[in-house]
Write a protein that binds this ligand. Structure first.
Ligand SMILES: [Zn+2]
Length: 143
């Protein structure tokens, strides 16, 4: 019986220790256990770090965790949102802040007090790297 692919997430940070760590979610064909997920993550980060380009920064792998089987990997994304406007904006009577994810570059709006989280822009929803919060530099390296 073939094992099923697992869903997992990896926690990374910049190797130089700056900035906040972040999560990235994955589901990879052939990765069917935590051990394989850890091996995949180590190999991916090693390969990224060994082919680094001048504008990129080395990464350090902090943790690998399995996600529940029924997790929708595309929705289970913790973006690292940062407000990009200085003054709150308004549209059709609703106040909002423009947000950008520091990890993947996705954009969105946070309405009101932000109790409903950030609504991702239609433009970002069409981009796989934004839906899955794949780090900008990692995404470039994957192309
Ligand atoms: Zn993101």
């Amino acid at each position: 019986m073939a094992s099923r692919d697992v869903k997992f997430r990896i926690r990374c940070r910049y190797a130089d220790g700056t900035g906040e760590p972040w999560w990235e979610n994955y589901e990879k064909p052939g990765v069917t256990s935590l051990k394989e997920a850890e091996e995949w993550a180590e190999a991916t980060i090693d390969s990224f770090n060994s082919t680094i380009r001048p504008h990129e920064r080395a990464r350090k792998l902090l943790a690998v965790e399995l996600l529940p089987d029924d997790t929708d990997v595309k929705r289970f994304v913790t973006h690292n949102w940062e407000k990009t406007n200085l003054i709150t904006k308004a549209s059709r009577g609703m106040s909002f802040d423009e947000m950008e994810c520091k990890n993947c570059g996705a954009t969105g709006r946070r309405y009101g007090l932000g109790q409903n989280g950030v609504e991702m822009s239609a433009r970002s929803m069409r981009k796989r790297n934004h839906r899955e919060c794949i780090n900008k530099a990692v995404w470039e390296a994957m192309k």
